[in-house]
Design a protein around this ligand. Structure first.
Ligand SMILES: [Zn+2]
Length: 226
């Protein structure tokens, strides 16, 4: 098992003590990864490549992704993409974030964008809106395929982007087919950047423990950790 998004999904499912029947994890960092747990079973796919939600195409012919295709979610909402979009838009904008980016020779970070967002900066709000819209479209496609009851957001970008969950949750229903949305919950990750590592340990334990024992052990260990 080598997919960090899948393992983080498993840890986030376990720390909830099995309260979620179908949990989708979305990890926002230098890329966008994901994982899906259905009734305690981790969806792995071939070579553990299942649920690469960052490479769902939401804008045909759109921005170039790290995977060399155009219009993936990741090209709009990963940390580097958020920074790149802000830097591009800064050229034609004014305001404190735009001024800081231009003074820094056209470079910024997602954390700087979200620090400015918290101060009400207009450029930051625009970049946030682009990322939230891309995530909402990608997650709506995931809802159609996987039907989760819980979507958990984690990863480095989330450290500064508390508004992202609420705004994505508000946008998702507008992109889901009729009848495809049934009160899905959108939640912040309970575990930190070590969720993947914790997931690896718990997933390994799940091979030898009964489900009830596993959830009890995982719940105790992760409650202590979280
Ligand atoms: Zn891609």
């Amino acid at each position: 098992m080598r997919n960090d998004g899948n393992l983080a999904a498993y840890a986030e499912w376990a720390v909830r003590g099995g309260q979620s029947r179908a949990l989708l994890f979305v990890g926002l960092g230098t890329g966008i990864g994901g994982g899906f747990i259905d009734d305690g079973h981790l969806l792995r796919g071939v070579d553990d490549k299942a649920v690469e939600i960052g490479h769902v195409i939401i804008a045909p012919g759109g921005r170039l992704c790290a995977c060399r295709r155009e219009g993936c979610v990741e090209a709009y909402a990963s940390g580097p993409s958020i920074a790149r979009i802000a830097a591009e838009l800064a050229l034609a904008r004014s305001g404190s974030l735009a001024d800081r980016i231009l003074a820094a020779g056209g470079s910024t970070t997602a954390l700087e964008v979200y620090a400015a967002f918290a101060e009400g900066d207009e450029l930051a709000r625009e970049v946030h809106g682009i990322a939230a819209d891309a995530l909402a479209r990608g997650i709506a496609s995931a809802l159609a395929l996987l039907a989760p009851d819980t979507v958990v957001f984690g990863g480095g970008v989330m450290a500064g982007a508390g508004a992202l969950i609420a705004d994505v949750a508000a946008l998702v229903p507008g992109h889901v087919y009729d009848g495809g949305y049934a009160g899905c919950r959108f939640e912040d990750a309970l575990l930190g950047p070590d969720a993947g590592l914790l997931g690896a340990a718990i997933y390994g334990a799940s091979r030898v423990l009964a489900r009830g024992d596993l959830l009890k052990l995982a719940g105790e260990a992760l409650a202590a950790y979280a």
